[in-house]
Design a protein around this ligand. Structure first.
Ligand SMILES: C[S@@+](CC[C@H](N)C(=O)[O-])C[C@H]1O[C@@H](n2cnc3c(N)ncnc32)[C@H](O)[C@@H]1O
Length: 501
């Protein structure tokens, strides 16, 4: 047993890589940009009277640009701006049509003064540059729409170091760090290849890293399928629909309609973005849509800057937002790593795997099989012989030996304990913080996400502890084989003649 544990115990790696400055205790993110930060020229109006006027302005602008929807009207709501039903609306009703002529998309970039310089750029990068361009243009055709966009976003991509420190230990922090690095790289390349060579078009004081990041955040939080990827488009007014916590994942709310298959530069297009109601809404109620039933709270935080707190409540029946992406890998130092890699490859897997776990689910059979293979060593390693190569995965899909099962449980429990120790707070402390009810939006996001991750880990701990308790009751490979050969009965007793041998 000791040998089995000492050999290929699986390594538990979490993708979160926080960069912690030991001197200050703060999360340190690289700051390589010294240019002046210039956000869009107009701030979003926050007082109600101003907001009312702004809503009126954007709605008049929308109507004068061919946006049609008598069933809804923009209004100030608790989530910022939103759309309010003007009459009873049924699920599936078409409530808004937005012609392509007002979308902010690649065609709009191509038709602008940035078109040539943006040729060949990734669609989202070109659209982001165009968004910055139009935001700094006082006479932009989209002025009322641009003025209505939020200046600051609550995605952790926009948090201060102090705020990010609340995410220490979480996977979300790893994702944030990864995204910021990705954005920095994109921006650095852009400066070198597009912005500096075309500095007559791209004023360096306008096209700052912070402006680029803001444009990325706006695109990420306001574009929805099917207008994503190559077809990415900001669609004014359609992007005012907020996320509804109680909604299922029914038919899509954004539907592209039209006949144009190809770009029609300069000729306009007949495409429309139609918004369909995702549920029934009464007159006066806010029309909402589902931003993603499979998104975790970490995803919602990163993309949109909010989380769903009320697990299992009437708000989101059946939707689990607490999740954890567990990365497991066969140690390169495992003396059987090549054999294990072969077996994994034959079965369509790799030595390094990510398992997405949600609260209430427990580990998948696939994850346990991976762990068994990973922990296979000592006397059990005969299953790794070439002779068994094609059946090995099947063999490890059921308990192999007591040593093997114990080794995988122990190593998971060690890994989980280490990961839980990496958070700055306990589950109980987070629950107390949430119960106070006075947290800022960002603090609430941090607490809900880290609490969710820890709860998934605690559930896993309970699962593996329970498994350790039942080791003596499991049927292992040797017994299974004897039984399949008819040499052991269902009660686990050897047939007498085997006994006598
Ligand atoms: C597509 S926009 C919706 C319009 C937005 N409320 C506005 O004022 O422009 C998405 C953003 O709205 C906010 N939002 C949408 N649904 C929300 C919800 N259920 N809870 C909190 N904020 C929400 C978030 O800031 C999100 O990034």
């Amino acid at each position: 047993m000791a040998m089995a544990m000492a050999l290929s115990a699986p390594g538990l790696h979490f993708s979160a890589a926080c960069v912690l400055n030991p001197a200050s205790g703060r999360v340190q993110l690289r700051k390589t940009f010294s240019r002046i930060v210039l956000l869009p020229s107009n701030s979003r109006v926050s007082c109600s009277v101003g907001a009312e006027a702004q809503v009126q302005t954007i709605w008049s602008w929308a109507q004068s640009h061919g946006i049609q929807g008598e069933a809804v009207k923009p209004a100030e709501v608790s989530e910022g701006l939103g759309l309010i039903a003007q009459r009873p609306v049924n699920a599936g009703d078409e409530i808004l049509n937005v012609p392509e002529s007002v979308w902010i998309n690649l065609a709009a970039v191509q038709n602008s003064s940035l078109g040539k310089a943006c040729e060949g750029l990734k669609p989202w990068v070109a659209v982001a540059l165009f968004l910055i361009h139009e935001s700094s243009n006082p006479s932009s055709k989209w002025r009322p729409y641009l003025d209505s966009l939020p200046k600051s976003l609550d995605s952790p991509l926009f948090w201060s170091d102090e705020e990010l420190a609340e995410l220490v230990g979480t996977q979300l922090l790893g994702s944030v760090t990864g995204y910021l690095e990705f954005l920095e790289n994109e921006y650095n390349n852009l400066v070198e290849e597009v912005l500096e060579p075309n500095n007559k078009i791209f004023n360096p004081a306008v096209y700052t890293f912070d402006g680029f990041k803001w444009a990325f955040g706006i695109l990420r939080s306001r574009t929805f399928s099917p207008l994503t990827g190559e077809d990415i488009a900001l669609v004014p007014i359609a992007d005012l629909v907020n996320h509804g916590k109680g909604l299922g994942d029914g038919s899509p709310s954004w539907v592209r309609k039209g006949t144009s298959q190809f770009w029609n530069i300069g000729k306009g297009s007949s495409d429309l973005l139609t918004v369909r109601a995702s549920a029934n809404f009464s007159a006066g109620e806010q029309v909402l849509m589902q931003y993603g039933a499979t998104k975790s709270n970490a995803d919602l935080a990163l993309d949109y800057g909010f989380v769903e707190r009320d697990r299992g409540s009437q708000f989101s029946p059946g939707i689990e937002r607490d999740s954890l992406a567990l990365s497991l890998e066969i140690s390169p130092d495992d003396r059987f790593v090549d054999d294990k890699a072969d077996i994994l490859e034959i079965n369509g897997f790799q030595c390094s795997m990510q398992f997405d776990l949600s609260r209430g689910q427990g580990p998948s059979d696939e994850m346990i099989t991976f762990l068994r293979l990973s922990a296979l060593s000592g006397p059990d390693s005969f299953l790794l012989e070439a002779l068994f190569r094609n059946e090995a995965w099947g063999h490890v899909s059921l308990p192999v030996s007591r040593d093997n099962e114990e080794a995988l449980c122990t190593s998971m429990l060690e890994g989980l304990k280490a990961a839980l120790d990496g958070y700055s707070t306990t589950v109980e402390q987070d629950m107390e913080l949430l119960a106070r009810g006075d947290l800022s939006t960002r603090m609430e996001i941090a607490v809900v996400v880290r609490l969710g991750e820890k709860r998934v880990m605690q559930e896993l701990q309970t699962w593996f502890e329970a498994r350790l308790e039942e080791l003596d009751t499991l049927e292992y490979y040797a017994e299974r084989r004897l039984r399949n050969l008819g040499l052991m009965d269902e009660g686990g007793y050897m047939t007498p003649w085997v006994f006598n041998e």
